[in-house]
Design a protein around this ligand. Structure first.
Ligand code: MSP
Length: 522
């Protein structure tokens, strides 16, 4: 497990992949966003100098073809999709990004040109002939291993991409090549010396095996279409879309334009789906090494949301729009569900039944009712004044253990484990209320002190929960924090010492349920 930052102002720069704008988002894309958002919010609440970047990937053949098929220009298509679909997604699922980069922005295009020219000047690029397969869906040059021959269906007898199940194209072009093969040993050393560089272990193993088989040079330009950034020394070529896209992580934080900002932010932690881990853990560090820049802090490849055992995808018409879920359950439940139900780093299946069941048992009954019952009892028995008394040590001990363990889980990218740990406190507090029976204590004046202690302890435990859950449930915990009468806002409360928050003097009843009952549509 990586060491916890000792200083609380440690730089923490985290990114999502930038999304293709050929289509609208589905819950698979939203999953990448919420996971990254939780990590960013956690680090902010820890006091780290946090920067969270997301954005859109707008060049390449895929976008060009989509635009042409829709009788428009690629720029107009991208503009429309960014405004109507991708930026609104961030609102729908409550994403707290600090910046949003589009690869068609001037700041990006200029810095890509600077980077490429440097690599060219330093001898890392040569011109050659590319002959091979290309999948436009992946925007990737393919080896035979990546393809399969289909026996039936529309593409019977053709070579199709294993990911998209669509035929690949045969390319024969004069291209510029990046001497990636020269970095093979340095990459292997990197994986060896920094076992945390690629995570989880399953993805790391795949990457190491891949590089051990030998690295080829990479074609980094295309000349058969012009939707891309022009190669600075040869404007009959545009930059290969992945080469352009990967650079967003440095161009957005000042590479080639603002050295101070770049020094402050870079290197980043990249959260990506495992399907694109190779680009991030092989090509990207090789590019950075060539340019003499630091490689990323870590690349984490998460699993896929599956539908019928396959990766959910728009091209296979299995995509579910995020707002189909948030319209009914709200954004907090969306965030909680995907991060608690799926082990981060493994694939998981989505089902409406599982979502409804967990919403009801974990959020509404487990956490929501606990909070409203305790606040209601303080209101009823003490007029809302939180008794000043010592707290039950047994509960405080659990608060401390959970705070420490959840922080450690986040450092290990085990978001689901952090949530499971926090839920140990939810369960412990529910059990505490059931066992202590404050409503029985309230009947006898002789038990008044004990009643005061039980409710003060429960309020403290709920406050700790609010602080720990703020990164995952920002809306609900804000509401709860207001009802608890806590100082400032919940997301300002130091998360590493959540259990030590100082408590409050008065609570006010929750005006509405934290997790309202969902009426079944059947
Ligand atoms: N544009 C590239 C990334 C460039 S980053 C320099 C791209 N875009 S994408 O829109 O196709 O995918 C973006 C992210 O969404 C990837 O991390 C991908 O793994 C993720 N997902 C797409 N479908 C998914 C699921 N069904 N499940 C989980 N994540 C999924 O790739």
């Amino acid at each position: 497990m990586p060491a916890r930052p000792s200083a609380h102002d440690a730089a923490f720069y985290i990114t999502t992949p930038i999304f293709y704008v050929n289509d609208v988002p589905h819950i698979g894309h939203a999953y990448t966003e919420v996971a990254t958002d939780v990590l960013a919010r956690w680090h902010r609440q820890r006091g780290d100098d946090t920067w969270f970047l997301t954005g859109t990937d707008e060049h390449g053949q895929k976008i060009l073809r989509t635009a042409v098929a829709n009788d428009t220009s690629p720029q107009a298509w991208a503009d429309a999709l960014v405004e109507s679909a991708w930026k609104p997604l961030l609102e729908t699922i409550d994403i707290s990004n600090d910046d949003f980069i589009r690869t068609t922005e001037e700041r990006h295009e200029q810095a890509v040109t600077i980077f490429l020219q440097k690599l060219y000047d330093d001898g890392h690029i040569y011109s050659g002939e590319y002959e091979g397969y290309y999948c436009v869906g992946c925007e990737e040059y393919k080896q035979l291993d990546d393809l399969m021959e289909t026996a039936d269906g529309d593409y019977a007898g053709q070579l199709v991409c294993k990911i998209h199940s669509r035929p690949v194209e045969i390319l024969k072009e004069k291209n510029y090549f990046f001497r990636m093969s020269a970095f093979e040993q340095q990459l292997l050393d990197l994986y060896e010396n920094r076992p945390d560089f690629v995570q989880p272990a399953s993805v790391r193993n795949e990457i190491v095996q891949f590089v051990k088989q030998g690295l080829a040079d990479l074609s980094i330009s295309r000349s058969s279409f012009d939707w891309g950034i022009k190669v600075p020394w040869d404007d009959s070529h545009v930059v290969y879309v992945w080469f352009d896209a990967l650079l967003n992580y440095v161009t957005a934080v000042g590479y080639g334009a603002d050295d101070e900002q770049f020094e402050r932010r870079w290197p980043a932690v990249h959260i990506v789906g495992k399907d694109i881990a190779r680009f991030h853990a092989v090509i990207w560090p090789a590019m950075l090494l060539a340019a003499g820049l630091d490689v990323p802090k870590a690349v984490f490849g998460h699993g896929w949301l599956l539908v019928g055992g396959e990766k959910m995808s728009k091209s296979k018409l299995t995509g579910i729009a995020p707002n189909e879920i948030t319209d009914t359950f709200g954004s907090d439940a969306f965030r909680y569900y995907f991060l608690s139900a799926i082990t981060f780093g493994q694939d998981g299946s989505f089902s409406w039944e599982d979502l409804s069941a967990r919403y009801q048992s974990e959020l509404a009954n487990g956490f929501g009712n606990l909070a409203s019952r305790v606040i209601a009892m303080v209101t009823k028995y003490f007029d809302g004044a939180v008794p000043t008394t010592t707290l039950d040590e047994a509960i405080v001990t659990i608060e401390k253990r959970v705070t420490d363990a959840a922080g450690a889980a986040i450092d290990a990218f085990a978001i689901d484990k952090a949530l499971a740990t926090i839920w140990e406190l939810v369960d412990a507090l529910n059990l505490y209320i059931t066992e202590q029976q404050p409503w029985v204590l309230a009947k006898d004046e002789a038990d008044r002190d004990r009643l005061a202690q039980v409710l003060a302890t429960a309020v403290h435990g709920i406050g700790t929960l609010a602080i720990l859950l703020a990164p995952v449930l920002p809306k609900t915990t804000t509401k709860l924090w207001a009802a608890l009468g806590g100082d400032g806002t919940v997301d300002q409360q130091p998360i590493d010492t959540a259990w030590q928050w100082k408590g409050t003097s008065a609570v006010t009843p929750l005006v509405s349920s934290l997790f309202p009952r969902i009426e079944s549509s059947e």
